[in-house]
Ligand binder design. Structure first.
Ligand code: AMP
Ligand code: GLY
Length: 465
């Protein structure tokens, strides 16, 4: 007699920030819509709000071996890695060797994000347009000083290694640039990550975040996004990990993105890069590749590659998946060649507004050194709907609403109440047919949440409106 095969679609998400919560939320919403046969969502480490609102389970992860034991114990069939650090630490390769399905590229491919020096040299060899640059270490500091002297202001200094998105300094004076360069090269400013520095030409234009899903054989583009890196309205204040983002399937303004620009991005940046990656690495490139671009007079230049979804770009892309996200991520992880039409995107727009604590990212040092010791109670101001009385019901209701929802990054739950830890804690994602409509919905959600020191930008998506 044939034994009955029980489908146990347990998924593990590595990472517990807003990006990972957004992936879990879409999986969970699509399960409610019966678009997937998901069983349980596990998080490592725990995201307290995903446990509370998405019935997610926490899975302990001290080291790769313990993780693997837990993956077996809980019969996880697909691992989705959110942040770059575990990929750079070799987690995808470790799990592949154990025959576990993983949505993330290899350690070798992660070098594109791990080292700006590697990335610049890799793409320069392919003729990909990128800012002119030179790389320096402490041994070549005198040449670096001369190079700075030869450049026009402002000066762009980039720590080669991983700095959580904070390793780029744009300086308006050459003296300051030389001083910062020296403290980077001495390991004082960004530790080991800053001991090698890329100094590059400043590019004046507007930025786009472009995401390509790749199965190791070919790639598919997702709708374009714009991030808002600066802390304050009008793109003022320090660079942060991102204060908001937006995307749109068909209402992205043509002055920022059109078919001609998309073709240039593919022909000059993505196709040559993927061709080289497919040829070089045994697994090709499986996962998502994030190209941070500067568009200068209509021409795209590559600023950076990341080997993961952007945060907060992921938060606006996830709700636009019409296709089953679980099936898609699974096929990409399997390296199955997909019919491009299988990535179906809703004809919608999404705008995400990040709510952070007032003292977040005052300077790159305090942001990096942040310890999360400013808990503040989330209180619920005005019900979304007058029948709702508690914050929990408002949040649960928003999960099933098509106007928008909350995303939780850095929160803890104590005595059944949600606390916003400092940093980027709670995000509001508004949805709509147009960017304006999505933005209005996002700000309605923002107004409904309050906590001590709440800070957010009031101009997210201004370039599109
Ligand atoms: P990156 O991590 O390389 O993307 O740099 C972080 C941010 O610094 C980018 O999103 C840009 O806002 C800015 N940036 C980086 N490189 C340049 C450049 N060459 N010219 C102007 N702005 C830049
Ligand atoms: N939003 C930019 C990043 O994730 O690096």
């Amino acid at each position: 007699m044939e034994s009955k095969v029980v489908s146990m679609k347990n998924v593990l998400i590595i990472g517990n920030g807003g990006r990972e919560y957004a992936i879990a939320l879409t999986l969970y919403q699509q399960k409610l819509e019966k678009k997937n046969d998901l069983d349980e969502i596990y998080f490592a480490p725990e995201n307290a709000a995903a446990t509370k609102f998405l019935n997610a389970k926490a899975l302990s992860y001290k080291d790769f071996n313990e993780l693997y034991e837990n993956i077996q114990k809980h019969r996880i069939y697909l691992v989705i890695i959110g942040p770059e650090a575990p990929i750079v630490a070799g987690l995808s390769d470790f799990l592949w060797a154990k025959n576990i399905l993983v949505f993330a590229p290899s350690r070798a491919n992660a070098e594109l994000e791990n080292s700006k020096v590697f990335m610049k040299s890799f793409v320069s060899d392919l003729g990909v347009p990128t800012a002119k640059y030179k790389k320096f270490t402490l041994d070549s500091i005198h040449e670096a000083d001369k190079f700075i002297e030869s450049l026009k202001l402002p000066i762009v200094l980039k720590a080669s290694g991983l700095c959580g998105g904070k390793g780029v300094l744009i300086l308006d004076s050459k003296d300051e640039a030389r001083a910062k360069l020296e403290s980077m090269l001495r390991g004082e400013l960004f530790g080991e990550a800053g001991r090698e520095v890329v100094i590059e030409e400043y590019l004046q234009g507007y930025e786009l975040s472009i995401f390509a899903l790749s199965n190791g054989v070919d790639y598919t583009l997702l709708p374009p996004c714009q991030d808002h890196k600066r802390l304050l309205d009008g793109d003022k204040g320090v660079n942060t990990g991102g204060m908001g983002a937006y995307t749109s399937h068909s209402h992205f303004p043509a002055r920022l993105y059109d078919a001609a620009l998309e073709q240039k991005i593919k022909d000059r940046i993505l196709t040559p890069t993927f061709k080289a990656l497919y040829a070089a690495d045994g697994r090709g490139y499986q996962g998502v590749l994030f190209a941070g671009l500067m568009i200068v007079n209509g021409e795209p230049y590559l600023l950076e590659f990341n080997v993961r979804f952007g945060d907060p770009e992921c938060e606006v892309l996830m709700p636009l998946f019409e296709s089953s996200l679980l099936e898609l991520l699974e096929s990409y992880a399997r390296g199955v060649s997909l019919d491009k039409s299988s990535v179906k995107i809703k004809n919608k727009s999404a705008v995400c507004v990040v709510m952070s604590s007032a003292d977040y990212a005052l300077d790159s040092k305090s942001a990096l050194a942040f310890k999360g010791d400013y808990p503040a109670l989330v209180s619920f101001k005005t019900p979304l709907d007058s029948n709702l009385t508690s914050i929990d019901s408002a949040i649960l209701d928003s999960i099933e609403s098509n106007l928008g929802h909350y995303i939780f990054a850095n929160v803890s739950v104590k005595n059944n109440e949600i606390y916003a830890n400092s940093g980027r804690s709670i995000l509001a994602v508004g949805l709509g047919d147009t960017i304006t409509e999505a933005r209005n919905n996002a700000y309605k959600l923002v107004e409904n949440i309050d906590f001590k020191g709440k800070h957010y930008r009031k101009d997210i998506a201004y370039q599109a409106i």
